[in-house]
Design a protein around this ligand. Structure first.
Ligand code: G4P
Length: 525
């Protein structure tokens, strides 16, 4: 292992931003890119203001809807750190890919709208991060607007998500009266209006936790209030623990306003101090692969098709787990034992794709794929075979019946479904009694992408009939009784032939549980 590789790997901070739509993920991403000098002007990530989607040739459906299907990866250098921000799509484009993206990061930043608190999508994404035990950093956003009481927000965070919180800083007021941050961690105040306070952005706290001298902001009761709140938190709240942060048991909480950029750098400085570099990754046999091992290895967490319609290309996203990637290197796909030369690779920036020169553990690269890769595949260089743990599957919540529109096209319909399901684009079930196909997804867009791709790539038009949301629960083969199937609890088999019930609602699920107490009903993650 070279010292240079060790330095490169330890500088990697690979994270995702998790939030409910509109909490400010894009705005804060832009700010982070600005600090890293990756973009010159905020507003270039989504190009929302001009209504123009950033320079990209993503698939048609994406352009039509003005949303990003892709979890693209943005890279910035900051203070000696090489930061990879992996985007997690929101809104209707929420899908299993969004969840799987979280398998490829080492930490997460949770952005919360201070007026809204914990929203449903934040909770879902948090749970996936929490399952992995990765560190979660919280940024409570939009302090330039009136929001909910900070103490109330902290309490909600702890109660709804079940994680301990440690406020790194505390707001002095909010909205029109927002004075700035009482920064507990850095022992200073950070002022929203330096011009009113002798042009000071920051003023240190003395041993009593107060700012010395005569400043305009000190006239406000909000300053006193922040000191009181901070005292209360220090006495009655959780202790700061680097270890608890690293295990994902304690989330450091930062306040700020992404729109004005206030508090973002303070957050970023602490984030790079505490966010972990890539760590060892478990293989199927329980051994661990260290990031500094010479042997290159990685796993595929996402496959994006048709990123460029002119080329009909597919890109497999690889999270590098060990060693160094070099262009043209030889690798083996463990599942198929196929050997390949990696010559067509790409790294991602906000709105352009560049050819990768070198990448190390922690980085994410895109491989042009002609059908060699599947989600969950492990690839490695050299002779020692590696297979990482399988990626978790996520219980779908939305369902559609699907059939070929034209009976003459059954063959391409079946081929298309089989391949897209294998790729992990969508889940497939077959009703036990009638053998009809049902598709399951965690987000609506997965259906649209499926329909679009079947048409464009397999020339098979489909008819989809929404059957609404269901609760999917798996049972053991031994418990299977075909008579238990009804419209309220539809018995199906998944693509691995495992029996699964699709319950109409929670009521139907509870009813079934009461009636068959001995049957264990299992959900995926
Ligand atoms: P998202 O990616 O999480 O969906 O959120 P995004 O950053 O697009 O922000 C959603 C809206 O919230 C945007 O306003 C954005 O300007 C606003 N916003 C983000 N951070 C802050 C903040 O700190 N303070 C305030 N006051 N607003 C904030 P929009 O009107 O929907 O879009 P736009 O037309 O302004 O871009």
């Amino acid at each position: 292992m070279s010292n240079q590789l060790a330095a490169e790997v330890s500088s990697r901070k690979t994270f995702a931003i998790i939030s409910h739509p509109d909490a400010g993920k894009t705005t804060i991403t832009e700010q982070l890119l600005l600090y890293g000098g990756a973009i010159r002007q905020a507003g270039t990530v989504k190009g929302k203001k001009t209504g123009k989607f950033a320079k990209s040739d993503w698939m048609e459906i994406e352009k039509q809807r003005g949303i990003s299907v892709t979890s693209s990866v943005m890279q910035v250098e900051y203070d000696g750190n090489h930061i990879n921000i992996v985007d997690t799509p929101g809104h209707e484009d929420f899908s299993e890919d969004t969840y799987r993206t979280l398998m490829a990061v080492d930490s997460a930043v949770m952005v919360i709208d201070s007026a809204k608190g914990i929203e449903p999508q934040t909770k879902k994404l948090f749970e996936v991060c929490s399952m992995r035990g990765i560190p979660i950093f919280t940024f409570i956003n939009k302090l330039d607007r009136d929001g909910r009481e900070p103490l109330e927000l902290i309490a909600e965070l702890e109660e709804v998500l079940g994680i301990d919180a440690y406020p790194m800083n505390w707001p002095m007021g909010m909205g029109k009266t927002f004075l700035g941050l009482y920064d507990i961690y850095n022992k200073r105040v950070e002022l929203m209006h330096p011009e009113e306070n002798g042009d000071n952005d920051f003023l240190p706290l003395n041993e009593d936790g107060e700012v010395e001298g005569d400043y305009a902001f000190k006239q406000s009761t909000l300053y006193e209030q922040a000191i009181e709140d901070a005292q209360l938190l220090l006495e009655a709240g959780n202790d700061f623990s680097e270890e608890a942060i690293a295990n994902g048991k304690l989330t450091p909480v930062f306040f700020g306003s992404a729109l004005t950029g206030f508090g973002v750098q303070t957050f970023l400085d602490a984030f790079v101090d505490f966010a972990p570099s890539p760590s060892a990754k478990k293989t199927e046999s329980g051994e661990k692969v260290e990031p500094l091992e010479e042997q290159f290895s990685g796993f595929i967490f996402k496959i994006q098709a048709n990123m460029n319609p002119a080329h009909r290309d597919r890109i497999a996203f690889v999270r590098i787990c060990s060693g160094e990637f070099t262009p043209g290197m030889d690798i083996t796909v463990n599942r198929s034992q196929k050997k390949m030369k990696l010559s067509h690779t790409t790294q991602f920036m906000a709105d352009s794709r560049e050819t990768v020169k070198a990448a190390v553990a922690g980085d994410i690269i895109g491989l042009y794929d002609t059908g060699n890769f599947q989600i969950g595949d492990t690839i490695y260089s050299g002779k020692q075979a590696i297979q990482f743990e399988p990626l978790p599957q996520f219980t779908p919540e939305l369902f559609n019946k699907v059939a070929a529109k034209n009976v003459m096209k059954q063959k391409s319909f079946h081929k298309g479904i089989e391949q897209l399901v294998q790729e992990g684009a969508i889940q497939l079930y077959k009703t036990y009694h009638t053998g009809e196909y049902i598709l399951g997804a965690v987000g609506q867009l997965q259906f649209e992408v499926f329909q679009y791709r079947l048409m464009n790539e397999y020339n098979a038009e489909v008819v989809m009939t929404p059957i609404g949301s269901k609760i999917a629960r798996w049972i053991d083969e031994a418990d299977l009784d075909p008579n238990m199937s009804s419209s309220r609890n539809l018995l199906c088999r998944d693509r691995f032939d495992q029996p699964v019930f699709l319950f109409e609602n929670q009521f139907a699920l509870n009813w079934f549980k009461d009636k068959h107490p001995s049957i264990e009903l299992k959900s995926l993650f």
